[in-house]
Design a binder for this molecule. Structure first.
Ligand SMILES: [Zn+2]
Length: 177
């Protein structure tokens, strides 16, 4: 293990090399502590997910996310608290997205293959299509959407690239609203 002083000195050298600035010892200590804290938090998350993966051996359908901390759904990014989420081989999902996977509305693999589909936000960014435009294109069949619902209400659209080949081959049009 390195001493604090060695850590401070090497952090100052790194900072100088990358940022061209001199740090005081106090700054170097503070910044490197922050960085260590950040990596420890990442490691905590990683270890927790690894433990959950082990649980899947005995609980192959998954289980409610233990009620500590906050999580966001890997598909719709909905923020969840407590035991709102469900964890399975595809990661953490909110209740509507999990139900959509279970019911076959969306393939579970979209949770792990983000390149295989577009969200409404993706299409808004790529083509400038706002929600009403999207809804119209879905209604007219111009876009094929997998529609995730929550208790009969609209929740989230998933546009699979393989079902919407035009989206990947068309040149990007001028955004309209
Ligand atoms: Zn979700």
């Amino acid at each position: 293990m390195r001493t604090d002083n060695e850590r401070i000195q090497s952090f100052k050298e790194l900072w100088k090399k990358n940022r061209g600035e001199d740090l005081t010892d106090a700054q170097a200590l503070e910044y490197s502590d922050n960085l260590l804290g950040f990596y420890r938090a990442l490691l905590d998350v990683h270890m927790r997910i690894e433990r959950w993966k082990e649980r899947l051996v005995n609980e192959p359908k998954g289980f409610p996310v233990p009620s500590t901390g906050t999580y966001s759904c890997i598909i719709c990014h909905h923020h969840m608290k407590g035991d709102e989420g469900w964890f399975d081989q595809f990661g953490i999902k909110c209740h509507p997205c999990q139900k959509a996977v279970n019911d076959g509305v969306i393939p579970g693999t979209i949770a792990t293959d983000r390149e295989s589909w577009y969200s409404s936000d993706d299409l808004k960014e790529k083509f400038g299509w706002h929600h009403t435009t999207l809804a119209k294109k879905v209604r007219t069949g111009e876009l094929k959407a997998r529609e995730i619902r929550s208790d009969e209400h609209f929740w989230h659209f998933v546009f699979l690239k393989e079902e919407n080949p035009n989206l990947t081959t068309e040149p990007t049009p001028v955004p309209n609203t």
